[in-house]
Design a protein around this ligand. Sequence first.
Ligand SMILES: [Zn+2]
Length: 855
Amino acid sequence: MHDQEGAPRTPSIQDYRLPKNVTPRRYELKLEPDLKAFTFKGEESVAVTVNEAARAIVLNALELEIDSAVAERGGKSIRAMVELEPARERAHLRFGEELAPGEWTLKIIFRGVLNDKLHGFYRSQYVDAHGRSHVVASTQFESTDARRAFPCWDEPELKASYKVTLVIDEKLAAISNGGQESERKIAGGKKEIVFKETIKMSTYLVAFIVGEFEATAPVDAGTPLRVVHVPGKEGLTSWAEQIGAYSLKYFADYYGLKYAGDKLDLIAIPDFASGAMENLGAITFRETALLADEKTASRAELERVADVVSHENAHMWFGDLVTMRWWNGIWLNEAFATFMEMLAVNAWKPEWKRWDSFSVSRAAAMAIDGLRSTRPIEFPVLSPEECRAMFDILTYEKGAAVLRMLEQYLRPEVFRDGIRLYLKKHQFANTETSDLWDALEEASKEPARKMMDSWIFQPGFPIIDAASEKSGNAIKLSQRRFYYLREESNQLWHVPVMIRAKTSNGVVTKKVLLTERETTVELGEKVEWALLNEGGHGFYRVHYAPEMLAELTRNLGELAPIERFGLVSDTWAATVAGMGPLSEFLAMARLFSGENDLNVWRAMLGAFNYLDMIAPDAARPALAAAVREIVGPAAKHLGWEAKAGESELTRQLRGVLIGALGTVGDDPEVQRRAAEVYARFEDNPEAADRDLAPPLVAILAHAGDAKRYEEFSRKFKSARTPQEEQRYLFSLTGFRERKLLERTMAMSLDGQVRTQNAPYLMHSLLLNPASRYDAWDFIRRNWEEMAKKYPDNALPRMCEAVVALLDREDDVKAFFATHRVRLGAKIIDQHLERLSVAVGFRNREGAKLSSTLKG
Ligand SMILES: [Zn+2]
């Protein structure tokens, strides 16, 4: 990372793209990490093609020392002068004579450091059950960190094959992308492991992992699949193994192509910056995303493992086999893997209704995409910082949502056929987004490109106004861009509007592609009620004229859960955007007291949590009372005990409702009962309700004192599973005594919490009304240290929570005016705009909030 020095200069493409006069075909890579000194030695022999006669070779290298570099061909050997250029993360190899066009071998000897920043070739530490500390070495190269591990052409387009050799201590294990080819003992208590050569792939997918790892016995997933972990965790692997094998076979079938690797290892790494990384054949995960106790983890926690494992497996084809040409195309990788993750998990556990719960993610993407400071899904990027900033909710969730919209519009089988065409045609190569539209058009004979361009290259999304025509037989639709902060826009989208209406002739459905500003849809007969966005797959919001909304809310029973979710979510978004008063939303919320769907409640409770964030302290009792009034009847209906034959989602809903009553609803009776039930679970863990356990912990923290804090803090340290560890760690951010919260704050920097978690701990403290301003002061005081210690991708995530700092708006804006370089300016602008939206909402509704809530 390097901040600008001196006069700012606009970076150009030459600063970030390597010259293509010399390109690699195959790397032979030998690495010898020293897990005590935290260093490594490396040698590489790269088969390159000199495309034009060259006196110099430029490639990427960062935080490496290069001891020698030699170009060889036909017995001839030319030594290079090496010059490192850290500012552009490059090495220049200058030769005394010209390298003639043709094939050469480049031999480089180098050294590096096993860093503690969770990128490049890095170290991770853990303490075993006997209190002994151990070190593992692992890699994380996406987007641009392979250059920290070996000199290379670190651009996705420059694909090559890799033959990796690792020299390690005899007692350790090593894993890389390919299966093990050979192993031999060498001097000094070491062994040399050679791995099979990989397919042609991008540098960011190379991986090597070294440590005291253990692996499960391989299962057949079309290829041998294992779960790899540090010792002592063998009991937490079965869940990942099941979904791993299921989803890999599911994808091979869906894509119509065999898996390209020769084995697949799913590897849990104690310190990991993101959720997981799709290295071909050697996928790395943070432990919470892979290891779980199937019997005690909650459904939500198990779903998270299933999601992440499926997502990474989907990448083995989409991303690894076919790769974007440059990072502007990363959205297609990530959006597609997110989309496929849903498909696979939905097929594996249909009872989870994964596409319904995806609505929550879609709405979260819309919360960012409704800002002036949003960006188009596909967006030009050059620098590593800009590449990193692409890994956001717009790439993943908005991207997946527009793919789902397209899939539903074209029909699932047609869409799948297009994907098969695309993968087959471009395997082992690189693509632009337009290659996918070409394949989909070929398969569907529909103008997919035109429709998708309006969603991919334009920022934002539309809100569709719907009103009945005078005749009563038709409805008028018009589109405009949705903004939280009012702004003019002439943007238009190609919106596939799915309509279901009840007319005097029965229920009719209609598919309309709205491409103009407005249109009138004839329904033939007198319309009783009409619903837009049938099935909930569209990436748009709907704003009904009052008479249409009244008819719909009178007929809630006719709507599917995902459609009721849409109604609540759209009405809430319009409320935050100031299109309607809060009283209207609350009146509607009161109609949902009989609601029994988990996701509809998540939309509703999301609104109450937002109100908790903007509420002046004086209004908090009225808010708690409103939550008890609206949530209470549904919670009472479910009771505290799971019933035989209940669905998994209903069991989760029970926990969600009780959790809301005990925290934002501040219900003393629920808090008392929670303590009782929790104590019972402690005495008899076998009988514990796994879906009730997480909300109980949250309630007890919310109502808890110093004694409870000590208890949860001990449980965090002695947790048996990654999920319990997370649950108790984050419970320490949910207390309300400032003294206790200050202790949690200190943990974010004193080494008690891994840097992979610490930024998220601060995130939670910023959202807690009892600690938010203290947390902000703490961040300001310790900013430099945090920036140094935390993984690069986590700092902007932590800052998301500044949305809650309503009383410090000016201070927050002033701070980020001078601290934005490293964070990705766009993302910070979004956080700050969300803060302005929250302040605007409080200005409109805050003063009268208590009386509005009383209804
Ligand atoms: Zn991904």
